[in-house]
Ligand binder design. Structure first.
Ligand code: FMN
Length: 208
């Protein structure tokens, strides 16, 4: 399985080279993330792709992760704060359109989702959305590895700075997790030449 080789090849890069990733490859990663499964299928997060150096400098403030600034691209997974009834109605209407269904065919499904999300607290809405964003993060790591693009998933950033600089709060979003993309600087990244550490497979998994 080629995927296993790709996953052995990848690691969370600490130091990137100056080489930039082509927009074509970035677009393939974005498409892979968009194709990721999400609970109820409603994709309650958005992806922000940043190359602008001034914005990245602001985002990197106070973070130990130099990769926020020093990489080809930075992807921000911005999860919904609230899953609104309007959003669910729009999304299910889009589903009807894409599946050539009659208008209103998914009304029962829509109403079930609306009642489910509206009985959750705002905090539960945000946590649920953030969990879906993390599934997208997993896809991004796998897609990048297949393209032989290096990546670093990161939680080590200041979400308040991200929310403010990217104007996320007014868009009903919050920075959930981020990933940098680029190419490893093999000579200057101490992690490039040391073995990957993982549990023995029998300790990690149980077959019943
Ligand atoms: C959700 C998440 C958050 C992470 N946050 C950071 C981070 O802030 N900075 C960093 O250098 N690596 C971060 N990592 C990378 C992990 O340290 C790394 O994946 C782990 O040590 C396993 O090593 P490998 O990915 O190189 O195989 C994060 C990984 C995940 C999945």
């Amino acid at each position: 399985m080629e995927l296993i080789k790709n996953l052995q090849w990848r690691y969370a890069v600490k130091k990137y080279s100056e080489e930039l990733v082509s927009e074509y490859k970035i677009d393939q990663i974005i498409e892979a993330i968009n194709l990721t499964a999400s609970s109820c299928g409603i994709q309650p997060y958005r992806l922000i792709v940043i190359t602008n150096p001034e914005i990245r400098q602001k985002l990197a403030e106070g973070s130990f992760n130099k990769q926020i600034q020093d990489s080809s691209h930075l992807l921000v997974f911005a999860a919904f704060n609230k899953v609104t009834s309007e959003y669910i109605a729009d999304y299910t209407a889009m589903m009807e359109g894409q599946r050539n269904l009659e208008i209103g065919a998914l009304n029962d499904f829509r109403d079930t989702l609306i009642s489910f999300f509206s009985t959750q607290t705002p905090e539960q809405n945000a946590i649920c959305s953030s969990k879906q964003a993390y599934i997208g993060l997993g896809t991004a790591l796998i897609a990048a590895a297949e393209l032989k693009i290096d990546a670093t998933p990161m939680e080590g950033f200041n979400p308040e700075i991200f929310n403010e600089v990217l104007g996320l709060t007014e868009k009903n979003l919050h920075a959930s997790v981020i990933i940098s993309l680029g190419y490893r600087d093999t000579a200057n990244d101490y992690l490039a030449s040391i073995p990957k550490v993982r549990l023995p497979i029998d300790e990690f998994s149980t077959k019943l």
